[in-house]
Write a protein that binds this ligand. Structure first.
Ligand code: ADP
Ligand code: MG
Length: 691
């Protein structure tokens, strides 16, 4: 039987060119990809729930008879349909509806609906349920298995993904998808066969433990996470070995430039900056390539450390490349480095994707001719970018870059034979216990001290029914000459919906705060548009910025002192911490309002409580690890330390010791299994993270 990894998705029924392209967008090229494209969550459509037994927040199938349908005016016009089943009643609410739809939902109609019951103006309500009219003649069965909800992209429906996964599951077996975990290892670590785990996760039986699945501690998830983490270990070992075999330019400790730089800086480096700076300086003086990760909380001052490292290479006459994951961030670094280095007589060059035509050609020429300091985005990875004497690559916010990108840059070293040193900086706090596994191929330094004079951000929890008061608070802050962010969080894993929500929040706030200049920034805007909005906000031309989480990383506008985060319960703590790090950068007291939607679960309350209690990213990360709660972790994958498909380093921390042992054993006893595992798991894992 052919291995599913060799069979293109176009072999599936209903997949032509156009569909194959859409599938490629979510990384699905062959049938193995389809099988490893696992549901994000599940819906229980295996039984009809009596309306009287529904709890707020519950997703359920219900059936009932329409007792009336009215157009309600309220804040927004909507169609309100009353539905009862003898045990109770509720309302279906439609904001978008046609006349035909209204006609079809008249009194006496039998309906089966699916949706989330929420407390609303008229008691329990379901907004825009999926529904079908029951004629009473046919008997429509409920689902046999839990319904998977897959990660998707525009134009690719859940129904389609279910059909495709079903076709792939029909072909799944131990021969079509070889299990590379030797039986002995699987037994030792109590791991189920691969095909069983995959089948289970795509189509869990009705009695599956949904809570366990939601928190990722199901045996089927463990089986896959174990294999993925194992593969990750194996790949890091390989990287390390290949790196050890390479040479790098040994850069003598710099005497002149760092001294002049620090003299002009206007502040003294913290003890932590000095210590980490010295660790890096030593690495750079060695003939082996440095591969060092600097972890430092938001605002810890990583940029100064990067500059000190750069100066050592520059003083030795080499080139340095500094790369950031977004144009906004890269541009910020460009401005900073110009300000710092030009007084020292060092030219700073700029390269980003949006640089076109003549400007681009001239930038490429300058880089090839040896422009000493080059700042940019991942455009620096492109093959046509040739460095003359590259000795150091600095990457900011590492978790957004794949290993692949780091390897690509490695090829760009001096004369193509020497490997540049690499310095990687991340603000993602990783509990110390995990750092070693997360970055087994890197040495790590921790910037564990904030510069003096920071006022911690004061964080409060406010229920969203008090939104009008929060709006007034924004008005007051801006009236005092401050600036504010209003952050809209991810909805239903859909970027499209999230951007729409940001758009309507923008409209609402523009109306409510007529005297303020309000801006909008979200992921669907062009880089140029985003950059324009950011520039206006930075220049205080805009007072309030409505944003999606695109502003999460690195944006530095010290005059902003207030941040509102809507539905913070949808985000991971690490992401909330990153967001909050956008305020508290100036001398003014700063505030962060977490505008949550009730009801909060016990764990949800505790998690948000941590945000209120501490500003320390490491404490937050450790607590987050202890408090992982069902259904609360949406968004953590997106901010993940590394791009895993199934595993989550924090959640699966307890697997790591066994994974490390298994990796050793595999290498020694079954070396032939290493490459197939790497091929299975890493092909897509090495693409860019989402930006
Ligand atoms: P991050 O670690 O989040 O990248 P930055 O490098 O952007 O932090 O630094 C945040 C701010 O703190 C910047 O405005 C920077 O100039 C300032 N800063 C950095 N180090 C110090 C220091 N030792 N003393 C005072 N301010 C500092
Ligand atoms: Mg930074």
């Amino acid at each position: 039987m052919t291995e599913l990894a060799q069979v293109s998705v176009t072999a599936l029924k209903g997949v032509g060119e156009a569909m194959a392209e859409k599938l490629a967008r979510v990384g699905l090229e062959n049938l193995q990809d389809v099988l490893f494209h696992l549901p994000l969550r599940y819906q229980d459509r295996t039984r009809v729930v009596p309306i009287g037994a529904l709890r707020p927040g519950q997703d359920a199938v219900i059936e009932g008879v329409v007792s009336g349908a009215d157009v309600s005016m309220g804040k927004r016009r909507s169609l309100l349909v009353r539905l009862g089943d003898g045990s109770g009643s509720l309302s279906l609410r439609f904001y978008h509806f046609s006349n035909a739809q209204k006609e079809a939902l008249k009194r006496g109609t039998h309906l089966r609906c699916y949706g989330e019951a929420r407390p609303g103006a008229s008691g329990l309500e379901i907004y825009h349920p999926e529904y079908r009219v029951l004629t009473g003649e046919e008997d429509i069965p409920v689902e046999q298995n839990l319904t998977p909800i897959y990660p998707t992209t525009e134009g690719l429906t859940q129904q389609r993904l279910r059909q495709l996964s079903q076709q792939a599951l029909d072909l799944l077996g131990p021969r079509s998808l070889p299990d590379w975990l030797p039986l002995e290892l699987a037994r030792e670590h109590q791991l189920a066969p691969l095909d069983e785990a995959i089948r289970y996760l795509h189509r869990p039986p009705p009695d599956a433990d949904l809570e366990e699945l939601a928190v990722g501690h199901h045996w089927a998830q463990h089986r896959l996470a174990f294999e993925e983490l194992l593969t990750h270990q194996l790949s890091q070992q390989r990287l390390r070995e290949s790196l050890r075999a390479q040479r790098a330019p040994a850069l003598p400790q710099a005497r002149d430039l760092p001294v002049r730089y620090l003299d002009n800086l206007g502040f003294a480096p913290t003890g932590a900056q000095r210590r980490v700076g010295a660790e890096i300086a030593y690495d750079l003086s060695q003939p082996e390539p440095m591969l060092r990760l600097v972890q430092g909380d938001v605002g810890a001052g990583k940029t100064v450390v990067a500059a000190l490292a750069a100066l050592q290479a520059l003083e030795a006459g080499y080139q340095v490349a500094l790369m950031a994951p977004t144009e906004i961030l890269a541009e910020q670094h460009f401005i900073t480095f110009q300000r710092w280095l030009e007084p020292l007589g060092i030219e700073v060059a700029w390269l980003a994707g949006k640089l076109k035509g003549k400007a681009r050609v001239s930038a490429l020429e300058r880089i090839a001719a040896g422009a000493p300091m080059v700042v940019g985005t991942h455009a620096l990875f492109q093959p046509e970018v040739q460095f003359a004497r590259l000795a150091l690559v600095i990457i900011d916010e590492q978790h957004r870059f794949g290993v692949q990108q780091r390897l690509a840059l490695r090829q760009k070293g001096v004369g193509g034979t020497m490997c540049p040193h690499q310095l990687i900086m991340t603000a993602t706090p990783i509990p110390r216990t995990l750092a070693m596994s997360a970055y087994a191929d890197l040495d790590t330094s921790v910037l564990d001290e904030l510069p003096p004079g920071r006022t911690p951000v004061n964080t409060v929890l406010v229920v969203d029914s008090r939104r009008p008061e929060v709006v007034e608070r924004v008005r007051a802050a801006c009236a005092e000459g401050r600036q504010a962010y209003w952050v809209c969080t991810l909805i239903e894993e859909s970027e499209e919906l999230t951007c729409q929500a940001a758009q309507s929040t923008f409209e609402e706030l523009t109306l409510a705060l007529g005297e303020l200049r309000v801006g909008l920034i979200h992921g669907r805007m062009k880089p140029v548009e985003k950059a324009e909005v950011m520039a206006l906000f930075k220049a205080a031309e805009l007072q309030l910025l409505v944003a999606t989480t695109v502003i999460e990383v690195g944006v530095d506008v010290p005059n902003s002192s207030l941040m509102i985060i809507e539905n913070p319960e949808r985000l991971g703590l690490a992401q909330l911490h990153q967001l909050r790090g956008r305020v508290g950068r100036g001398s003014a007291a700063s505030h962060c309002v977490l505008l949550y939607h009730p009801p909060l679960s016990q764990i949800g309350r505790e998690r948000l409580g941590i945000m209120r209690e501490t500003n320390d990213g490491f404490v937050i990360a450790e607590k987050d690890l202890q408090l992982r709660g069902p259904g609360e972790m949406l968004g953590t994958r997106q901010t993940g330390l590394l791009q895993f498909k199934v595993a989550d380093l924090m959640r699966d921390a307890d697997l790591l010791p066994a994974v490390r042992d298994a990796a050793q054993e595999l290498i020694q006893r079954w070396p032939g299994h290493v490459t197939p595992l790497l091929e299975r798991w890493l092909r897509h894992g090495q693409q860019y993270g989402q930006v």
